[in-house]
Write a protein that binds this ligand. Structure first.
Ligand SMILES: C[S@@+](CC[C@H](N)C(=O)[O-])C[C@H]1O[C@@H](n2cnc3c(N)ncnc32)[C@H](O)[C@@H]1O
Length: 263
């Protein structure tokens, strides 16, 4: 007999075509689908088993959520716990997994497309542009959840790499201050993507100096990804100055000739 398992499924950013094939199959086979909040698109639940229970967990306490899943699994039901984007990023899955494991229930995480990457895709960005920035930081502004001492936004911003900020739309003044303190300038580029991949998606291309005002004008206070990156600067994108050597005729790699240098 297989071990009772709760599948923690990444729903992707919203577009129902942006879930993995595996995630979709698990949802279709589930008897209980418990999904987190309004950034999980109910269109994902169009083709489910007859009689399957679909329930939003927003407003439920952790203990309630877990015991709902435990009861279902112990009754031999298939359970899909559906989280926005990728469950491993700001998913609050750790405590659920721990409590399920205490009840001898296994968990398996099915990855999803995080909103950081969906937002970059919507804005047509490459987050890692050779010789400009080769690192992406996924972080958030400090709110009620304190940031660890070594991860203060101002310190992260000093790296001057591409930064994707979750859960920060309402704290944007703090973000701008931290980036200025870290040495960024007012005309450095930012893109805000509200509800990436949804029909009412909004993309705001702006600068650090105008970020707060442009978000206010567009009434974006939540459900948004803020990307601050030199790679989002239209002038950089159009200059042709920065490009990968991967497709350069003079650059040899393992699939052409010479030493393997393609990673
Ligand atoms: C609790 S976190 C969950 C993040 C999720 N696990 C992920 O990988 O995208 C919620 C935050 O993710 C961001 N977010 C989630 N879905 C989004 C979307 N479709 N468009 C823009 N931002 C989104 C927003 O910053 C939101 O405040």
């Amino acid at each position: 007999m297989s071990v009772p398992t709760v599948y923690i499924v990444g729903a992707g950013p919203g577009d129902p075509e942006l879930i993995t094939v595996k995630g979709q199959r698990i949802i279709e086979e589930a008897d209980l689908i418990l999904y987190t909040d309004s950034l999980v698109n109910p269109a994902l639940f169009k083709h489910i088993k007859q009689g399957a229970v679909v329930q939003k967990s927003a407003g439920m306490a952790l203990e309630e959520i877990v015991s709902f899943m435990v009861e279902a699994v112990k009754a031999g039901k298939n359970v899909a716990r559906v989280h926005t984007g990728d469950p491993t990023v700001y998913g609050a899955v750790l405590e659920q997994m721990r409590m399920l494991h205490e009840q001898q229930i296994e968990t398996e995480i099915i990855p999803g497309v995080s909103s950081a990457f969906a937002a970059a895709a919507s804005a047509g960005l490459e987050l890692t542009v050779p010789e400009l920035t080769q690192t992406v930081i996924l972080t958030r502004a400090e709110g009620r959840t304190p940031m660890p001492d070594k991860e203060k936004l101002v310190d992260l911003a000093r790296h001057q790499c591409s930064t994707a900020l979750f859960l920060s739309a309402a704290l944007i003044k703090k973000v701008v201050d931290a980036f200025f303190t870290a040495g960024w300038s007012a005309d450095d580029a930012c893109v805000v993507v509200y509800k990436a991949s949804w029909p009412d998606e909004k993309i705001v291309r702006t600068t650090l100096g105008n970020l707060h005002e442009d978000m206010r004008k567009n009434r974006i206070t939540k459900q948004a990804m803020v990307i601050i990156s030199k790679a989002a600067d239209e002038r950089v994108l159009q200059s042709g100055k920065y490009q990968s050597k991967l497709y350069d005729k003079t650059f040899t790699h393992g699939y052409r000739k010479g030493v393997p240098s393609y990673e």
